[in-house]
Design a protein around this ligand. Structure first.
Ligand SMILES: Cc1cc2nc3c(=O)[nH]c(=O)nc-3n(C[C@H](O)[C@H](O)[C@H](O)COP(=O)(O)OP(=O)(O)OC[C@H]3O[C@@H](n4cnc5c(N)ncnc54)[C@H](O)[C@@H]3O)c2cc1C
Length: 162
């Protein structure tokens, strides 16, 4: 078995999606709960999300993922290739100089944000860039669906808390 990816191993969820998002959302929920419990047995007026600190925390759990992923794959006997895969035959895949011939191919190449196709679209950030912001802007417009809503949830809690 072989696996090919040009980006660090681990995929979107662990590196740029679910996991970083859940930790940030978790912090935002603490602020939310704190606000809601004020005067109901909880006193912690100063609780607030510190975005730059959260951003420094994020790589502590995302950065080890590629190496750990590659290690367990190698241990499990999976050959790992770093590069962009392309078909050079019905069941032949080229990555760099290597051509892998196989009986079965699974394409799990993920998804990318759609082209917004609106004037000024190049000013917009995608979720991956949002999750790398050093500081949050005071006013943000989110365009799009579920991921965008998660991001807006955590920003909103942050902004309310400041
Ligand atoms: C901000 C955010 C938050 C999210 N939160 C959640 C959540 O809470 N719960 C949830 O269930 N889902 C969540 N998702 C969605 C989840 O991350 C994706 O559904 C999941 O990662 C898709 O997995 P995948 O293996 O299909 O693709 P990916 O994990 O994207 O992996 C595809 C890989 O294919 C590689 N690739 C592309 N083209 C080639 C090529 N030609 N050759 C070799 N490799 C190639 C890419 O580099 C990439 O690493 C979130 C996504 C985002 C962006």
């Amino acid at each position: 078995m072989a696996i090919i990816d040009p980006r660090p191993f681990g995929g979107t969820c662990a590196l740029r999606g679910c996991d970083p998002k859940k930790v940030l959302v978790g912090a935002a929920e603490v602020i939310d709960w704190n606000r809601r419990m004020q005067g109901k047995g909880v006193r912690a007026q100063d609780a607030r999300v510190n975005w730059p600190e959260l951003m420094r925390f994020k790589p502590t759990f995302t950065e080890p993922v590629p190496e750990q992923t590659e290690q367990w794959m190698t241990k499990a006997g999976i050959a790992t290739f770093h590069g962009r895969a392309r078909f050079v035959g019905p069941v032949a895949i080229q990555v760099g100089e290597d051509v892998l011939e196989t009986a079965n191919v699974v394409v799990a190449a993920g998804a990318k944000p759609v082209d917004l196709n609106i004037p000024g679209a190049d000013h917009a950030l995608i979720s991956e860039q949002f999750l790398e912001l050093d500081n949050l802007a005071e006013r943000i417009v989110f365009i799009g669906g579920v991921t965008s809503h998660s991001n807006s949830h955590m920003s909103l809690r942050e902004l309310i808390a400041v």
